[in-house]
Ligand binder design. Structure first.
Ligand SMILES: NC(=O)c1ccc[n+]([C@@H]2O[C@H](COP(=O)([O-])OP(=O)(O)OC[C@H]3O[C@@H](n4cnc5c(N)ncnc54)[C@H](OP(=O)(O)O)[C@@H]3O)[C@@H](O)[C@H]2O)c1
Length: 234
């Protein structure tokens, strides 16, 4: 992984934190995007934390072009940042809907748009998007979450097709329950048994394997589930 340089969105917690840790330990440079980096301060001079609210497009547009000037050699983009809010649709205001979709769908599209031309010009690059089991089936109280995650699935399929023969690989990972702070603000969480949730390190190892896969092979989409589904309402 030496000489690889990655952007990881949502690097401050959960899955993004695990991906950032494994990439840094493997020798890669990592630029971490999140709002609050106090939560995670890895002790590597190859880690570059940047504070950014990804639901705010004006801020994305003011930060990313400069970042790409300073780090022109980025060859991995992990689109991971996200937030869950599970309620009946009528409980969301228009403003909440827009902010939710901005973060969980459109910010990833905008970041890919900025990175993909660099990667195409270089003839290589890996874009890995963290979707969800909610990318595959809609369930009650997950209208917004599924709208964003289904959107990511369509986007990654189309981008993959658009990038075929350019050397740029696009992969979507769809996890079921992952034990992470994602559930801190929700009224439910996975069961406590070991097999009720995927561990963040499991996802991080898969991300590493995807990046290390021989250049001529593309992994399109991976679905991962805990062995046994169980939910606890708080
Ligand atoms: N946990 C699960 O069961 C599960 C299952 C399937 C898919 N996923 C997906 O996995 C991804 C990561 O979730 P997680 O489980 O690791 O949750 P998490 O521990 O809550 O981490 C979410 C990350 O996203 C960042 N983030 C949230 N809002 C942001 C904003 N407005 N601007 C910039 N960064 C923001 C957070 O950083 P700051 O708060 O510091 O900004 C944090 O680093 C999400 O896309 C989620 O939908 C999770």
């Amino acid at each position: 992984m030496e000489k690889r340089k990655a952007i990881v969105t949502g690097s401050s917690s959960g899955i993004g934190k695990a991906i950032t840790s494994i990439l840094l330990k493997s020798g890669a440079d990592v630029i971490g995007l999140a709002r609050d980096h106090k939560k995670f301060k890895p002790n590597f001079d190859r880690y570059f934390p940047i504070s950014l609210d990804l639901s705010d497009f004006e801020k994305i547009e003011s930060v990313i072009p400069q970042l790409l000037l300073e780090h022109a050699d980025i060859d991995v983009l992990i689109c991971n940042a996200g937030h869950g809010d599970f309620q009946a649709l009528e409980n969301f205001s228009s403003k909440q809907i827009s902010k939710f979709i901005n973060l969980n769908l459109i910010s990833h599209i905008i970041l890919c748009r900025h990175l993909v031309s660099y990667m195409k010009a270089k003839g290589s690059g890996d874009i890995i998007v963290i979707g969800s089991e909610a990318s595959l089936a809609g369930k009650k109280k997950a209208t917004l979450y599924s709208a964003a995650k289904f959107g990511l699935r369509g986007f990654t399929q189309a981008l993959r097709d658009e990038c075929s023969n350019t050397g740029v690989r696009v992969c979507l990972i769809n996890p079921g329950f992952v034990r992470s702070p994602f559930f801190d603000s929700l009224n439910f969480k996975p069961g406590d048994a070991e097999n009720n949730a995927i561990e963040t390190d499991d996802i991080a190892k898969i991300v590493c394997d995807i990046i290390k896969t021989r250049q001529g092979t593309i992994i399109d989409e991976i679905n991962i589930s805990p062995a046994s589904k169980s939910i606890i309402f708080k």
